[in-house]
Design a protein around this ligand. Structure first.
Ligand code: FE2
Ligand code: FE2
Length: 390
């Protein structure tokens, strides 16, 4: 938002707390609008400019389905939250007891929002089945609605991986419902801790570590969800090496010292392994009020270096084939050759070489605006190295 100036044209519609339109795509920004967005916690927005107006930021889901699903996740959280409004429970045991009361289960299961959310899933899965890769940056998230938008983006990434693995549609549906609600356990933890911008104390972190269990307890016996989906919230913070939480499960790609695979009960299920990876990718890439999102090429390396220890190794390979290192729309700098230190944006991807996109250079090495130059970093005559700068 620091580089946003009055007169710039908004590139994507911005929605408010209740998913009402705050500012429409195409509107010219004023000081008042910029302040409004800053106050709402936006760290960054999309603007259209002459040099990049033709670059298409494709979203694997349509805006209609994305907003509908986000809104229904938001409403499902709201009804569940209101069902526990007057309950005082402060230990993990008493919270689990409270989650399992008919009042809480019923208000969740019978809410219009939850039924609606279950209906959204078919549309959502169908749309993603027609996509192969995530070409652009993830969605820009607002402070208030981060959790719901993060849940949708996590589902998008997981489904793209699932499609590459040829998962059947019912598995994709199971995965989506689990992803949409993977962090719902957080509503049973004080908002003061969940939204704390700084570092958590050890005690606070212990409380946060209960959210997978709470989510599982809420969803485990809900008929329209099924036990498999409920294991996504339960296992999404587990790791391959057993260092995750809450149960320290291990991953499927590890064998014990006799070369024998772990038994079912100790293993993570695969759709939860996918969720664990997508969750970290999206959380790191997203802007938060206390820090802008980490750069895409950096997050890409975080996932790559976690292969085998944090994430399932084969799933990381699959992830790297559907998520580009330099997404379309991302600002980059050239690191070598005749255009060294020139900057610009990724204009399109090379499907067979996702890490070597086409880029449009807009500024020279002295930061002076130039007539845009289009270069293909996959061209073998020039070896062009690039890095993300924003
Ligand atoms: Fe989580
Ligand atoms: Fe999450």
């Amino acid at each position: 938002m620091n580089n946003t100036e009055p007169g710039m044209i908004l590139g994507k519609t911005i929605y408010g707390y209740n998913y009402e339109v705050l500012l429409n795509k195409g509107v010219a920004l004023t000081n008042a609008y910029i302040n409004l967005l800053k106050n709402r916690g936006f760290v960054r927005i999309y603007v259209d400019d002459e040099e990049t107006a033709d670059i298409i930021l494709e979203d694997p889901v349509s805006e209609k389905i994305r907003i509908m699903s986000t809104k229904d996740i938001f409403k499902t959280y709201q009804v569940t939250r209101s069902s526990i409004a007057n309950i005082e429970a402060d230990t993990a045991e008493s919270i689990i007891k409270c989650i399992n009361t008919p009042k809480v289960k019923k208000s969740f299961q019978e809410s219009h929002a939850f039924k609606q959310l279950c209906n959204d899933i078919n549309y959502f899965v169908d749309e993603i089945m027609n996509q192969d890769i995530l070409s652009g940056l993830n969605s820009i998230k607002s402070f208030d609605n981060y959790t719901y938008e993060h849940s949708v983006d996590t589902a998008v990434i997981s489904l793209l991986i699932g499609k590459r693995l040829f998962l059947e549609k019912d598995k994709m549906v199971q995965m989506t419902i689990g992803e949409f609600l993977h962090d719902i356990g957080k509503i049973f933890i004080s908002e003061r801790i969940i939204n704390k911008p700084g570092k958590l104390t050890a005690e606070e972190f212990d409380m946060v570590k209960q959210h997978p269990t709470y989510g599982y307890e809420l969803l485990k016996d809900i008929q329209r969800i099924g036990t498999t989906s409920a294991h996504i919230p339960y296992q999404h913070h587990e790791r391959q090496d057993g260092a995750g939480y809450p149960r320290g499960l291990k991953g499927t790609n590890k064998l014990d010292k006799n070369g024998v695979a772990y038994t079912e009960q100790e293993k993570m299920i695969m759709i939860a392994e996918i969720a664990a990876l997508a969750d970290v990718y999206d959380a790191c890439s997203s802007d938060r009020p206390y820090r802008p999102g980490l750069l895409p090429d950096f997050v890409y390396e975080i996932i790559k270096s976690g292969a085998g220890s944090q994430f399932n190794k084969e799933l990381v390979d699959c992830f790297l084939s559907v998520v580009p290192k330099y997404p379309v729309g991302c600002e980059i700098k050239i690191k070598n050759g005749m255009y060294k230190d020139f900057t610009g944006v990724v204009s399109s991807l090379n499907i067979h070489e996702l890490s070597k996109p086409k880029v449009r250079l807009i500024y020279d090495d002295k930061k002076k605006k130039i007539n845009p130059i289009e270069i293909d970093s996959s061209s073998h005559s020039v070896c062009t190295e690039i890095e993300c700068i924003r």
